[in-house]
Design a binder for this molecule. Structure first.
Ligand SMILES: C[C@](O)(CO)[C@H](O)COP(=O)(O)OP(=O)(O)OC[C@H]1O[C@@H](n2ccc(N)nc2=O)[C@H](O)[C@@H]1O
Ligand SMILES: Nc1ncnc2c1ncn2[C@@H]1O[C@H](COP(=O)(O)OP(=O)(O)OP(=O)(O)O)[C@@H](O)[C@H]1O
Length: 304
């Protein structure tokens, strides 16, 4: 690649925040190999930045600040750009620079959020005038978490993750995240799950209700992720992280998505500082951020 992408003229920057799962339930395995889900997702203020540069010819280029993220057609941002270009017969191209801050393969939907940010940004750069709903439908073809990442905010997700009901922001609090020094394959975790062996499930309807009622304590009590047990069996360190964080003092502790990141919700700022310094003693990747509240795109159809 001749001239680096960053030396060109950046036209559009999009924020690509990470998500956490406040709950995750697997209803059944589907014939297409995916799983029917019910989960509550919300965005947090730990984000990548996606810069888009205009190209006169229909090329797509990707670079990132990370050494581990692919720079070719394996990159979800590349796939998003390429799909949009092809679907709408766009004769222009784009160079994409990803300033990577979200840990990779961590259960935080980093790649999905980059793909969503790319779709939102290219919609503007290429003047396609597509609605968020249209972008979400394209995003669905890239990955199950992409539609949620198009809208941001907080949502109840069903289907394979693409059937969304937007929710109000959860009660505000701090989110402390610890990412163990290994990565987890989402496909492998779903592959190891036996739906008929699930012994405990989250009460999703109740969780949605208490989020609407802004009941922080009840929300903390109701958070649960059925994939946690599966990932913990494969990587017992996830359980160790959970136990330690619980002992250091947190209002709720859960693994996000398929893991391995474990996050804690904490309301009191003094406890956040204590928890972060305790965690830094044994984990390199520790973050303390806020929930993103209403997210990037305020929608009219938020369920009251
Ligand atoms: C774990 C979560 O992050 C929770 O939000 C998502 O369910 C995963 O979303 P994602 O990474 O965007 O998933 P995809 O890229 O669509 O799928 C990766 C792999 O996960 C499995 N998968 C994913 C979603 C789903 N509802 N059922 C599945 O079984 C499939 O084996 C699939 O091949
Ligand atoms: N833009 C991108 N950022 C991060 N990873 C990417 C990107 N594009 C492709 N990938 C690949 O996707 C895989 C999953 O990365 P990602 O960080 O999205 O995982 P994740 O947070 O576990 O996703 P999810 O929570 O949606 O399951 C990695 O193996 C990585 O190489």
């Amino acid at each position: 690649m001749g001239v680096g992408i960053k030396e060109g003229l950046c036209v559009i920057s999009e924020k690509a925040p990470a998500k956490i799962n406040l709950s995750l339930d697997v209803i059944r395995r589907r014939e297409d190999g995916y799983h029917e889900l019910e989960m509550v997702m919300t965005m947090i203020d730990l984000a990548d930045r996606v810069d888009l540069y205009e190209e006169r010819y229909p090329v797509i280029r990707v670079e990132s600040s990370s050494g581990v993220v692919p720079s070719d057609s394996q990159n979800l941002a590349y796939q998003a750009a390429s799909l949009l270009q092809e679907r709408y017969r766009v004769s222009r191209g784009a160079s994409i620079y990803i300033d990577k801050k979200i840990p990779v393969a961590a259960g935080l939907a980093g790649g999905s959020s980059d793909a969503a940010a790319t779709l939102r940004g290219l919609n503007r750069l290429w003047e396609l005038h597509l609605s968020l709903d249209e972008l979400a439908r394209i995003g669905e073809e890239i990955g199950s978490d992409v539609p949620f990442c198009i809208y941001g905010g907080t949502a109840l997700a069903k289907g394979r993750g693409e059937v969304l009901t937007h929710l109000p922001a959860p009660p505000s609090c701090w989110v402390v995240l610890a990412k163990p020094a290994f990565s987890v394959s989402t496909k492998e975790v779903y592959g190891a799950l036996r739906v008929d062996h699930i012994t405990r499930r989250p009460d999703t309807d109740k969780l949605v209700q208490v989020i609407k009622a802004q009941d922080y304590e009840a929300m903390c009590r109701l958070m649960y992720n059925v994939l946690e047990e599966v990932t913990m069996k494969m990587y017992p360190e996830v359980g160790t992280y959970k136990r330690l964080i619980t002992r250091f003092g947190a209002d709720a502790v859960l693994m996000s998505g398929s893991g391995p990141t474990v996050f804690a919700l904490v309301r009191q700022e003094s406890r956040v500082r204590r928890l972060v310094s305790a965690l830094r003693g044994f984990c390199r990747d520790v973050y303390a951020v806020r929930l993103l509240g209403h997210g990037l795109n305020l929608r009219e159809n938020v369920q009251k």
